[in-house]
Design a protein around this ligand. Structure first.
Ligand code: URA
Length: 185
């Protein structure tokens, strides 16, 4: 059976596949342009995302919007989602079993979107999507091609909040994404 975006969203909204469903406030389905060529995949909703049910509405979202703006991109041109759709208490890293339980949703999102470019934001997303031994500090900004889709990773915006000097290198990674997109990779 072929799922639709609505089907996925409805499943996410009532999901009880892992214990995070008992502590979350709202699940956070991916958002954005469902015709986009570019898909951003981050780690997990933060506290504000948990309150509002929308990805990247907190401080990381502000940084992300600044990065996109500085590279001439806009949220309207992207689809953004997370590896897991529920906020882990205390912002801890998602557990393997939580990532496994949530993975079908990401698979369906990717299947329906068919992005040409996937940008992983942070180590957790890069290790799940690109390679389990991906080293974000050494390998951010590098590219891999898989099934007609170019994949890359950069630091998570929260890493810029912790270390503002990272801004320029993340911006450079995003600007490469814009260039690849313009070349209709
Ligand atoms: N951090 C994430 O990884 N995802 C969000 O949606 C918000 C903050």
């Amino acid at each position: 059976m072929q799922y639709t975006w609505n089907d996925i969203e409805q499943h996410v909204m009532v999901c009880r596949q892992c214990p995070l469903s008992q502590t979350r406030h709202l699940p956070v389905m991916g958002r954005g342009n469902r015709q986009a060529d570019i898909m951003l995949i981050a780690e997990a909703p933060g506290g504000q995302e948990d309150e509002q049910g929308i990805p990247f509405v907190g401080r990381s979202g502000e940084i992300l919007d600044r990065l996109l703006h500085d590279c001439g991109l806009d949220r309207k041109e992207l689809y953004m989602t997370n590896i897991i759709k529920c906020h882990p208490p205390g912002n801890r890293d998602p557990k393997e079993e939580e990532k496994d339980a949530c993975f079908p949703y990401l698979k369906y999102e990717t299947f329906l979107l068919k992005p040409r470019i996937i940008v992983c934001l942070g180590r957790v997303a890069a290790q799940r999507i690109i390679s389990p031994d991906f080293k974000i500090t050494r390998q951010h900004g590098t590219w891999t091609v898989r099934k007609n889709c170019a994949l890359t990773a950069t630091f998570h915006p929260s890493a810029i909040l912790r270390e503002p000097s990272r801004y320029e290198s993340v911006k450079a990674d995003f600007c490469e994404v814009v260039k690849k997109h313009a070349l209709r990779y």
